[in-house]
Each structure stands twice: as structure tokens, then as C-alpha cells.
Design a protein around this ligand. Structure first.
Ligand SMILES: Cc1ncc(COP(=O)(O)O)c(C=O)c1O
Length: 423
């Protein structure tokens, strides 16, 4: 009788099940190594990576490794509040240089997207002396207490975790494929002002230019501008959550550049640290400096390793070569997805901005999308789903991927959809 030898993957999964919290959901992939847009598992199997560590590898795995190695030998954690260091300041300078508007800015660096969103709200509340925050349907802003309240999906993000902080109000977001236009969304906002919250008490609205976890719903071209006009009318601050859509994911450094709107605050994260934990809040000097010294910060915020990586990342994504490649990639992926959609009745819509693209399946349940991502893994492609119904297949491929590997990944995606529909 053949004896099944335990694989390295099986061994790690068994230990993971024994020792790691169930609440942290995982796929069966156990990573050993990654480079560019390729990942290898602990059993030596190679994958094309269409997930990029959940959108944190816009410049590719290992992109800033050289700068990180050099920094390791210089110094590690200092705590910026105890002993300043130049890489933190340089990241803030680069965030100022990439600001999509004319004003001079300052930034604060923290560890995660959720922490950055929380700090954006702290800044907005201090500057306006108003309490309320408006968020949108299908939003995802994080998993901390305040950002959970701002996030728009009960299972798995909110169920059982209440009570949630108050003064968070939700308005409809445009979702043309499911019948919600910009007009409908703005009507919902004016209804909210009549029914639930006095606009004179609203500190900020927080919007993702392309809703990420909510299903890669890119905002219609008129929506951010019209929303900004309403904000100006009521002196509400416009907070642009670019944690997933920013740092080159849609082509330009910030996705809001597609809309020609200058927000009041930009929240960045994910790919900013090139694979190390780093997030930021950037805005006009007076706004950021409305908080007195000591009101912002944290032990590890703006860790030196993450900062040297972010310097490399920001210099890269603000360059023309990166932008041109991202634009080409976007056109190429969109055309392949549209061909695939034309051949597959299960695909309802291809959407997104630049290379931040997704397929929404017609069935508003997660079943088929789960089967596709699982078939993709079996075929050697790392693929993620998202969306309020869990039925959107999203592409977060490192934007430095070459054409041959991209085509291979797209072939695997199409084959996986075929497997899932046949299965
Ligand atoms: C738009 C957006 N905001 C905030 C967050 C929270 O970021 P983090 O998971 O780093 O706390 C995410 C994470 O997916 C996000 O997509």
C-alpha cells in the first residue's frame, strides 16, 4: 500500500490549524519565496501572482529589497518621536511631490490602512470641530473599531463585534451595474442630510475612488467632482481613501487623478511600503497641523525599513516608465477580460480603472467566484475575489509583470473559470 508522505504545505497547514486564530482567514497556499509577479510555495510549486499580497506589491515582490538590506545594517526601529531619521521625512517629501493639486502638504506615517483612516478622521474632526463622518455603501476602510463602523459588510467584518462608535453615517454609492447612478447616490446623500445628520456637523466624507473590497466599483467620472462641490458648500472635508487604489494601482500615483479633483486628505497604505507595513495621511499644511504636537503618532509608525522601501516605491510609481507600462497593462488586461466575458454568460461586467480591473459574475452569491479562485490555485494562479456578494474576481497583479507572464496568468484565469463552471 502506498504511504502518503506529508507535504511541507500539509505540515504547515496542520500547525496553522492548531496554533493560529480561525478568525484570520487563509487560503491553502504556503509561501516559500516570491519575486516580481511569481510566487513559489514550500513544495516548490510556482504560481503567477494576481493578488500581490492583497494589493501591496504594485512594484513587484522584492522591488525595494536592496534598499531594505542596506537599511538593516544601518539602524532599525528608533521611534520617530524619540529620534528622527531622514527616510521618514523623505517619504513625506515625496508624498508632497505627488500630491494631485497645487497646495503644499504635510504627512503623517502609520502602520496600516485602518490606522491611517482613523488618523484622517481625527485630523478632520480637530480641524472642523465637527463630529460626524459620512461613508458609502460597499466601503471598506479597515477592521479597527472606528473603521469597522465605516466598513459596509457585516459578514465577516462586523458580525458580533459591536457596539460600534457613533456619528458614522452611510450614503448610497454609485454602482451602475446594479442600477445605482451618480444622481441616485447624490439623492441619497441629500436624503441623509434631511433625515439623519445635519451637514453642519459633518467633519468629513470618506470615499474610495475605486471601491476595493466592495467589488472594484470605480466611481463614475462625474461623481467625485459633484461630491466635492457638495463638500465645499457645507465645509465638509473630502477624504480620499487610496489605500487600495493608490500608489500606481490605476496608472497615475493616485486614482483621484483620473477625476481631476483635489481632495482635502489622501489616505495611503498597502503598496506604499513595497511589502512592509506603512500607511500615510497627507493633506494641506494647515489641516494636518490643526492637531497639536503629541496628538498623532505611534511607536512603530514610519518604521525606517518601511520608509526606505517607500522611497524606492514612490520614486518608481511617479516616473513615466511605470505609468506607461501600467496604462498598457490596463488596456491589455481589459481587452482579454472583455473577450472572456463575451464567451462566458456567467460574467456580467468587466470594470475598473486602468489596470485595477475585475469581473463581476452575474450570480450575486460567492459560490462560483470561490470555485474560480480555488481552480486557479490548482492551476498555478493566485487569484482573489471581493464584492458585497463575494462574486467579483479582481486582479491585483504586480504592475511590473512582463507580457508573457501576464498572458499566462490571463490564460489560467480563463481556464479556471471554465473548470469552475464545469465542476
Ligand atoms: C480602501 C481601503 N482602506 C483601508 C483598508 C485597511 O487597510 P489595512 O488592512 O492595512 O488596515 C483597506 C484594506 O484592504 C482598503 O482596501
Amino acid at each position: 500500500m502506498a504511504v502518503h508522505e506529508t507535504t511541507a504545505t500539509e505540515r504547515v497547514i496542520a500547525d496553522r490549524e492548531r496554533y493560529v486564530a480561525r478568525g484570520v482567514a487563509t487560503t491553502p497556499l504556503v509561501v516559500a519565496r516570491a519575486e516580481g509577479a511569481r510566487v513559489w510555495d514550500v513544495d516548490g510549486r510556482e504560481y503567477v501572482d494576481f493578488a500581490g499580497g492583497l494589493g501591496c506589491q504594485n512594484t513587484g515582490h522584492g522591488f525595494a529589497a536592496g534598499a531594505i538590506h542596506e537599511q538593516v545594517d544601518r539602524y532599525l526601529h528608533q521611534c520617530f518621536m524619540v529620534g528622527m531619521y531622514e527616510p521618514y521625512v523623505e517619504v513625506c517629501k515625496l508624498l508632497d511631490e505627488t500630491w494631485p493639486g497645487d497646495r503644499q502638504t504635510k504627512s503623517l506615517l502609520v502602520n496600516s490602512g485602518a490606522e491611517a483612516v482613523e488618523n484622517a478622521v481625527k485630523i478632520a474632526r480637530t480641524a472642523t470641530r465637527r463630529p460626524a463622518v459620512i461613508v458609502f455603501d460597499h466601503a471598506f476602510h479597515g477592521r479597527t473599531s472606528l473603521t469597522m463602523a465605516m466598513t459596509a459588510k457585516v459578514v465577516p467584518y462586523k458580525q458580533g463585534f459591536g457596539p460600534f462608535p457613533g456619528e458614522v453615517y452611510r450614503s448610497a454609492a454609485p454602482y451602475p451595474y446594479r442600477g445605482v447612478s451618480s444622481d441616485d447616490a447624490l439623492e441619497s446623500l441629500s436624503h441623509l442630510f434631511k433625515q439623519d445628520v445635519d451637514p453642519a456637523t459633518v467633519a468629513c466624507i470618506v470615499l474610495e475612488p475605486v471601491q476595493g473590497e466592495g467589488g472594484f466599483v470605480d466611481m463614475p467620472v462625474d461623481f467625485p467632482r459633484r461630491l466635492k462641490e457638495i463638500c465645499e458648500q457645507h465645509r465638509i472635508l473630502y477624504v480620499d481613501d487610496e489605500v487600495q487604489a493608490g500608489v500606481g494601482r490605476t496608472g497615475p500615483v493616485w486614482a483621484i487623478e483620473h477625476y481631476g479633483v483635489e481632495p482635502d486628505l489622501i489616505v495611503s497604505g498597502k503598496s506604499l511600503g513595497g511589502g512592509l507595513p506603512l500607511a500615510g495621511v497627507t493633506g494641506g499644511i494647515d489641516l494636518i497641523d490643526s492637531v497639536p504636537a503629541g496628538g498623532l503618532g505611534g511607536t512603530f509608525g514610519g518604521n525606517p525599513l518601511a520608509c526606505v522601501a517607500a522611497i524606492e516605491v514612490l520614486r518608481e510609481v511617479k516616473g513615466d516608465a511605470f505609468r506607461n507600462h501600467a496604462d498598457e497593462l490596463g488596456a491589455r488586461i481589459r481587452s482579454r477580460l472583455e473577450q472572456l466575458a463575451a464567451r462566458n454568460a456567467a460574467v456580467g461586467e468587466v470594470r475598473g480603472l486602468g489596470p485595477m480591473l475585475a469581473l463581476e459574475l452575474t450570480e450575486p452569491t460567492p459560490d462560483l467566484a470561490k470555485a474560480v479562485t480555488s481552480a486557479a490555485r490548482d492551476r498555478g494562479l493566485i487569484l482573489l475575489s471581493c464584492g458585497i456578494y463575494g462574486n467579483v474576481i479582481r486582479i491585483l497583479v504586480p504592475l511590473t509583470i512582463d507580457d508573457v507572464l501576464l498572458e499566462r496568468g490571463l490564460d489560467l484565469l480563463e481556464e479556471s473559470l471554465g473548470d469552475a463552471r464545469a465542476g
